[in-house]
Design a protein. Structure first.
Ligand code: HEC
Ligand code: HEC
Length: 371
């Protein structure tokens, strides 16, 4: 096991290890400063605690599942599965997004049902197909008695015993996640640093298609000085169109499921309810089947793709967009499709170039496997 500081350096790059209790955390090329909430400043002690909590499998009923089971640093902080597997290999309905750069997102989860990293981090413990706990008590029991945790909570928050609550657990997890920042890709060096040799000619042609004929940039945004590759908005692009409720009865059954079980459990245990996307959160009919635009940074490392993991490769994703939101040209055009999704008429070579561009978004420190 490497020491904490060398791991942190490995993760965020030696030059960016600047920890300050200020409103922002220094970021690599191509990214803005990391937003940090005023009531949860970054400190090395809190990061170290969050790191341990993130990797601790004791917070699941089987003692086998931790956050890092599904957000594995050797797999781009996802799990390489179409849909995640929690305790007893129980399958959910959705693909684990990478949490690299989740610190920048305006909302968390594919449907944006949680507003912050702090609030998000309490959910997986209680989800029956993830970590399966009935309530947070078993976690508190461990952190209030384990000597190593007592030491870490004391250093990070100046709290001990019963003073330790889920608020501190969630704050520490969120703080650790705010160190998982990936920029400095070949694209960043090409685009923001003017290094014309940083990207291959195919990737350079792909960038042009990305911005123009492909119109990818209208949702996966690139700004003047930085690029998050998301607009933080929700769109129906045609994924899992065949799972969507077919009539009002099915729709109201899905809504009833959300009301009874709560959104987090309902969407992760029922594919029909999951396919409602943002609608399950807002009940706004224009949000049916709409999901959050994911970042494309490090997308080469995070197959399979889409909220339901239904696309195996980047080539498949590009074919899907080229067909206007359909894997096969012969598939019916999905209902409620976002206006931005139309056939693109890209040649085979242009599609290959677009894939080359997507592969130029990998941050060097996350591409390497860690012991
Ligand atoms: C069993 C697998 C599993 C475990 C365990 C798990 N996650 Fe996740 N995580 C997922 C899946 C699947 C999603 C997407 C769910 C959705 O959008 O409805 C997700 C979403 C997230 C997101 C939102 C990212 C985004 O782009 O919106 C964050 C942040 C996150 N998880 C952090 C954590 C933390 C912290 C823990 C531990 C407390 C954890 N996860 C445990 C599978 C898992
Ligand atoms: C109208 C907005 C919009 C446009 C335009 C758009 N995307 Fe997307 N993209 C999304 C949304 C929303 C998702 C998630 C959809 C889902 O899972 O249901 C997504 C998912 C993806 C994914 C999967 C990422 C992952 O982690 O699973 C890739 C790759 C991708 N888009 C690439 C592209 C490319 C390349 C283009 C241009 C050809 C493009 N997108 C155009 C909104 C858009």
């Amino acid at each position: 096991m490497k020491t904490f500081s060398s791991r942190l350096k490995g993760i965020i790059g030696a030059t960016t290890v600047i920890l300050m209790s200020c409103a922002a955390f220094a970021a690599p090329v191509g990214l803005p400063p990391v937003p940090v909430p005023a009531d949860n400043p970054m400190t090395p002690e809190k990061i170290k605690l969050g790191d341990k909590l993130f990797h601790d499998a004791r917070f699941s009923t089987t003692g086998e599942v931790s956050c890092s089971t599904c957000h594995d640093q050797n797999k781009g902080f996802t799990d390489g599965l179409p849909v995640s597997e929690g305790i007893h290999k129980l399958k959910g309905t959705r693909s684990a997004p990478t949490i690299i750069n989740a610190a920048y997102l305006h909302t968390q989860f594919w449907d944006g049902r949680e507003p912050s990293l702090e609030s998000q981090s309490g959910q997986p413990f209680l989800n029956p197909v993830e970590m399966g706990l009935k309530d947070h008590e078993p976690i508190l029991k461990i952190v209030r008695s384990d000597p190593e945790y007592l030491e870490l909570f004391s250093q990070a928050f100046g709290k001990t015993g019963d003073q330790i609550t889920m608020t501190e657990v969630k704050q520490a997890l969120a703080t650790f996640e705010r160190t998982l920042i990936g920029g400095d890709s070949p694209f960043d060096r090409y685009y923001f640093k003017g290094d014309k040799t940083a990207m291959s000619p195919a990737a350079i042609r792909g960038l042009e298609i990305y911005v123009n004929q492909g119109r990818c940039v209208s949702c996966h945004r690139i700004e003047q000085t930085q690029a998050l590759f998301t607009d933080n908005r929700f769109h129906m692009i045609g994924v899992s169109a065949n799972q969507m409720p077919k009539d009002l009865d099915e729709l109201s059954a899905a809504v009833q499921n959300v009301k009874e079980k709560g959104t987090d459990i309902a969407v992760l245990t029922n594919p029909k309810t999951s396919s409602l996307g943002r609608f399950a959160v807002t009940r706004d009919l224009t949000n049916i089947g709409a999901f959050k635009t994911p970042t494309l940074r490090n997308v080469e490392l995070t197959a399979p793709y889409m909220h339901d993991g239904s696309h195996k490769t980047l080539e498949e994703v590009v074919t899907f967009y080229n067909n206007g939101g359909r894997l096969k040209e012969t598939d019916p055009v999905p209902e409620l499709l976002s206006g931005g999704i139309r056939p693109l008429n890209l040649t085979e070579e242009q599609q290959a170039d677009l894939v080359a561009f997507l592969k130029a978004l990998t941050s060097p420190e996350f591409a390497k496997k860690k012991p």
